[in-house]
Ligand binder design. Structure first.
Ligand code: IMP
Length: 225
C-alpha cells in the first residue's frame, strides 16, 4: 500500500487517477524546510514523512516560477499568494517584456531503500551533509537556521535516498481572468486560456501535478516490490 502524506484529500483523489495501486492518505503536516528549489523541499518532506509513517510514502510540492523575476515565487508560492496576492504578482510582472512562467510540481517517493538508475533524479541529501560538516564553523545566520531545520527534519537520516519526479507546464503571466481553480490560476495562461478558465478535468489533464504523477506512476508500476 502506498501512502500519500498530505493534509489535502483532493491531491490523493487526483493521484488515484494515475496509479493502479491503492493509495491511502496520511494526514500529517510534516515540517517544510526553506530552500530555493521545490525538489529540495519535497525531498526533505519525503524523508520526514517516511520517518513518521514507517512505510513507502509520496509527498508533493508545487509552485509557480516567473522567469523575469528569477523564478519567484517558486517554493514560496503559498506564502506569496497569502501575503501579496495574485493581483500584485501580476502588477510586478506586467512591467516585464518577458512574462513567461511555469507551474512546477515535484512528487517525491521514499521507501527507505536505494533505487536502480533511471533518468529521474535521486536526492541523497548531499547538500545537507556538506552543510552539516560546515555547521558551527563558517555558517551565516540564515544557513545556521536552515541547517538546524535540516537536522530536525532529517533526524540523522539525511542520506536516505528520495526519488524525484518533476512535472512542468510552461505558460505566461497575464491580467487575472476566469473564476475557476485556485491560487495563481487566474493569472496563468496556457494555450490562450488561463487555468481559471478551464474546468477541473481539462486543467488536471495538463497540470504540472498530473505530469509529475504520470511520470511517477509509470516508474512505480515497474519497480520491484
Ligand atoms: P502545493 O505545494 O501544491 O500545496 O502548492 C503550493 C502553492 O503553489 C499553492 O498554495 C499555490 O499558491 C501554488 N500552486 C500550486 N499549484 C497550483 C495550481 O495548480 N494552480 C494555482 N496555484 C498553484
Amino acid at each position: 500500500m502506498l501512502t500519500f502524506v498530505t493534509t489535502n484529500p483532493g491531491k490523493v483523489h487526483e493521484a488515484e487517477e494515475y496509479l493502479d495501486d491503492p493509495i491511502q492518505q496520511l494526514d500529517f503536516d510534516y515540517p517544510e524546510v526553506q530552500a530555493d528549489d521545490l525538489a529540495t523541499v519535497a525531498a526533505h518532506g519525503a524523508r520526514a514523512a517516511y520517518r513518521h509513517a514507517g512505510e513507502p510514502v509520496i509527498v508533493d510540492d508545487s509552485g509557480l516560477t516567473i522567469d523575469a523575476l528569477g523564478g519567484f515565487p517558486g517554493p514560496y508560492s503559498s506564502y506569496v499568494e497569502d501575503r501579496l496576492g495574485i493581483e500584485r504578482v501580476w502588477e510586478l510582472t506586467k512591467q516585464e517584456d518577458d512574462r513567461s512562467a511555469a507551474f512546477r510540481g515535484v512528487v517525491a517517493y521514499c521507501d527507505g531503500e536505494d533505487f536502480a538508475a533511471t533518468p529521474e533524479p535521486v536526492d541523497r541529501g548531499e547538500a545537507d551533509e556538506s552543510r552539516s560538516e560546515r555547521r558551527g564553523q563558517d555558517l551565516g545566520a540564515d544557513e545556521r537556521a536552515s541547517a538546524t531545520i535540516d537536522a530536525q527534519v532529517a533526524g540523522g537520516d539525511g542520506t536516505i535516498p528520495v526519488k524525484l519526479f518533476e512535472g512542468v507546464v510552461p505558460g505566461e503571466i497575464v491580467a487575472p481572468r476566469g473564476d475557476g481553480g485556485f491560487g495563481f490560476d487566474p493569472i496563468f495562461e496556457y494555450d490562450g486560456r488561463t487555468f481559471a478558465e478551464m474546468d477541473t478535468d481539462e486543467k488536471n489533464a495538463i497540470s504540472h501535478r498530473g505530469r509529475a504523477l504520470a511520470k511517477f506512476a509509470e516508474w512505480f508500476a515497474n519497480i520491484e516490490r
